[in-house]
Design a protein around this ligand. Structure first.
Ligand code: NAD
Length: 492
């Protein structure tokens, strides 16, 4: 069994507690590795190392171009390691290898994109309304940034944070989920090979309530980039507010996938399925509320059940598998609990609704792809994030009603719209309260495109040009070329 260490200040170290957490393969149900159970002392060591690196000539002395090149080289080395990183990630979170391998290859683009952006962050020279003054505006890094990631896509979601943070000249402390820490520790090993100075990248592991909270509360942490659930997001937001620490929060969702009667139904069925059953529904952007127009409701549902009913459940490493296991035991119980809640609320279970045994005697936890019809928007199954393969189907009569139902929820991460009517596509996209709207497609994201939530789905944006500003602060420099001495008792 593999026993991991944490990566602090360029060194591999055991936790101060000398305690370890078992990490379980969600498909086999077996413990395959142990990760350190860090605590406040480890957090302090990691943040101090990151702070020292931030002030060191090895890091601060790099020009923006050199820093950018280092990130690009890092991206290349990560790409060379994509297969082994993907295998580790599947062993940890049970997502399909085919999807995770794609993600691990794709995430290298974040290091290339932000590496390229590092030396294009320009300040300005405002035409200030004072005589004999040259006024300069420049953007500076913040210092130590904490990157806190969840278990569903650890390395991809880390790239969304680490790449802009480092490109902007910050140093980072990574805190992966206690369920899926191994790939971030491998990431640290690769960063060593890429030649980052000691302390520029650190990884600490352990529980959210100890290590995560201590990290957010550390007085030398200047920014927290957090992806996770609503409860964790709320406590990170309050803890950070105490010290005026900046935050980016990428939280949960309950996204509406809206199918109008003028849609291409074949594409829409496939989009609805990918919206909820890909990654076993364990994705923040899951289209977990399917809104069907009355006139196509029955036909669409029949087609969807037909296709989803054929999904192959099994070993995530197997190329034929379409639905893998549930990543964690608490998540498995939460999904089954929501299935019971939906039944109790009067929704009709038209597919699935039961746990499934893992194939070949494995001990993994599976839930059947599940569909509830006759869901109404006030039901908990329509309003709360399940984070599993459970679809709620609602009906609507016209555009107005579709928009009203879609927006009548506390979340606002994403939404899908299926229509061939351009005017409708534009109007509905503009009126939906969500950070990402997909029209006739679903579940696409890119390093080029801002991503984040409206309402309770988060604060700030990741990806795209604007995300680097989340890791910078602006300084104004006033340079006087002399002139007459002003009255010292008056503000200039
Ligand atoms: P989680 O909130 O339980 O944990 C996320 C991370 O935060 C973990 O590393 C955890 O250890 C840490 N953490 C937990 N409590 C903390 C605290 N009080 N202080 C500091 N750190 C803390 O989330 P999860 O169960 O790992 O992930 C699932 C959730 O993540 C879902 O709600 C999902 O929607 C959300 N998610 C959002 C996005 C997005 O981009 N919006 C992407 C993926 C997942």
């Amino acid at each position: 069994m593999q026993k991991y260490q944490m990566y602090i200040g360029g060194e591999w170290c055991d936790p101060a507690s000398n305690e370890w957490i078992d990490t379980v393969n969600p498909y086999s149900g077996e413990v395959w590795a142990q990760i350190p159970k860090g605590g406040a002392a480890d957090v302090d060591a990691a943040v101090s190392a990151a702070d020292a690196a931030f002030r060191s000539s090895e890091w601060r002395g790099l020009t923006a171009t050199q820093r950018g090149k280092l990130l690009c080289q890092f991206g290349d080395i990560l790409a060379d390691n994509a297969e082994s990183l993907a295998e580790i990630e599947v062993r940890d979170n049970g997502k399909l290898y085919a999807e995770v391998l794609n993600q691990c290859r794709y995430m290298t683009q974040w290091y290339q994109y932000y590496g390229g952006l590092a030396d294009k962050i320009e300040g300005s020279v405002p035409p200030v309304d004072k005589p004999n003054i040259l006024n300069l505006t420049k953007h500076e890094p913040l210092g130590v940034c904490a990157c806190i990631t969840p278990w569903n896509s650890p390395l991809l979601l880390l790239a969304w944070k680490a790449a802009p943070a480092l490109a902007a000249g910050n140093t980072i402390v990574i805190k992966p989920s206690e369920y899926t820490s191994a790939s971030s520790l491998e990431f640290a090993r690769i960063s060593q090979e890429a030649g980052f100075p000691p302390g520029a990248i650190n990884v600490i592991t352990g529980l959210g309530a100890d290590v995560g909270e201590a990290l957010v509360r550390h007085d030398k942490v200047r920014k927290v980039a957090f992806t996770g659930g609503e409860e964790g997001g709320r406590s990170v937001n309050s803890a950070a507010a105490d010290d005026f620490t900046r935050v980016t929060l990428e939280l949960g969702g309950k996204s509406a996938n809206i199918v109008f009667d003028d849609a291409n139904l074949d594409q829409a069925v496939s989009g609805a399925i990918s919206g909820i059953f890909a990654a076993s529904g364990q994705t923040c952007i899951a289209g977990s509320r399917l809104l069907l127009q009355d006139s196509i409701h029955d036909e669409f549902l029949e087609r969807l059940l037909d296709m989803a009913g054929q999904a192959r459940i099994g070993d995530p490493m197997n190329a034929d598998t379409q639905v893998g296991p549930i990543t964690t035991e608490p998540q498995y119980h939460k999904i089954l609990e929501y299935i019971e809640i939906a039944k109790g609320e009067g929704a009709t279970c038209v597919m699935g609704g039961e746990p499934v045994l893992a194939p070949d005697g494995n001990k993994g936890l599976f839930v059947q792809p599940t569909v509830f019809s006759n869901v109404t928007n006030e039901m908990r199954i329509a309003q709360e994030e399940v984070f599993g393969p459970v679809l709620s189907v609602l009906r609507f009569s016209d555009e107005e009603e579709a928009i009203a139902i879609a927006n009548d929820i506390k979340y606002g991460l994403a939404a899908g719209v299926w229509t061939q009517n351009l005017k409708r596509a534009i109007t509905v996209s503009e009126r939906l309260e969500a950070g990402t709207i997909w029209v006739n497609t679903y579940r696409s994201t890119s390093y080029t495109t801002p991503f984040g939530g409206y309402k309770a789905s988060g604060l700030g944006r990741e990806n795209g040009m604007e995300s680097i500003k989340e890791y910078l602060q602006t300084k104004s420099i006033w340079l006087s070329s002399g002139g007459s001495v002003a009255n010292p008792y008056m503000r200039r």
